[in-house]
Design a protein around this ligand. Sequence first.
Ligand SMILES: C[S@@+](CC[C@H](N)C(=O)[O-])C[C@H]1O[C@@H](n2cnc3c(N)ncnc32)[C@H](O)[C@@H]1O
Length: 254
Amino acid sequence: MTAMLSKDEIRQRVDALGPWFHNLDLNGVRTAPSHFLGDYPNVKWRRFSSVIPDSLEGKSVLDIGCNAGFYAMEMKRRGAERVLGLDTDDEYLEQAKFAAGVKGLKIEFRKLSAYDVGQLGERFDLVIFMGVLYHLRYPLLALDLIHEHVARDLLLFQSMQRGDSRVDRLETNYDFWTTGQFDSPGYPKLHFIEHRYADDPTNWWAPNRACVEAMLRSAGFVIAAHPEDEVYLCRKGARPRLEELGSPLRSRAR
Ligand SMILES: C[S@@+](CC[C@H](N)C(=O)[O-])C[C@H]1O[C@@H](n2cnc3c(N)ncnc32)[C@H](O)[C@@H]1O
């Protein structure tokens, strides 16, 4: 039905469903033409799209924090057989459903949190987790759950990064009295946002680059490509430290 709408009708629906974070082109109607990051996320996607296989024929894709569905729709355009987009925000999900309808793309969108992916009971060839980590109060929990329950092979990941972009080579252990590493600019650091950053009450963390890479590794993802400052393509791997501790969510204090 939505595929048959006139440009004026699309414009009316776009206005009613706004404001939009994704600037989509819906048959000539732009959803967020004044986005503070420009033509977003298209400008970002152009910088890393080459690391995603041109054909996703027969593949399944899970887009966690899909917003208005930009990445979900790009994956469907590459031929993915099944694309599921998740978000916790009803308004973004309505935008995504409308946009996919206008584009005639068969994509499922569901209200579900990154913390609840275990409920899906399904693994996906490609999991997209872009721009969500720093919005989560428990970011490593989400990465662990993705590894445990839904990732089969590839993870496309992005996080806002703040602080120094150097990356130290880490030792596998440090003596209790060795403390200098913590002051090194390239040591993994996750800056906690107690109040607000960029006026957004959902920004909880601002990792530096070393921290993003260490968190991905720690959650069992092997970095295969780093095509853009904030973006990583990972393959699912092992989680040696968590396996040593037993259950992924258990700690063993001394
Ligand atoms: C900065 S936007 C990123 C959107 C898109 N992934 C991208 O990269 O352009 C963050 C999105 O994550 C969603 N989100 C926030 N917390 C979430 C959670 N716990 N589970 C799933 N999605 C969440 C927000 O509603 C929002 O759509």
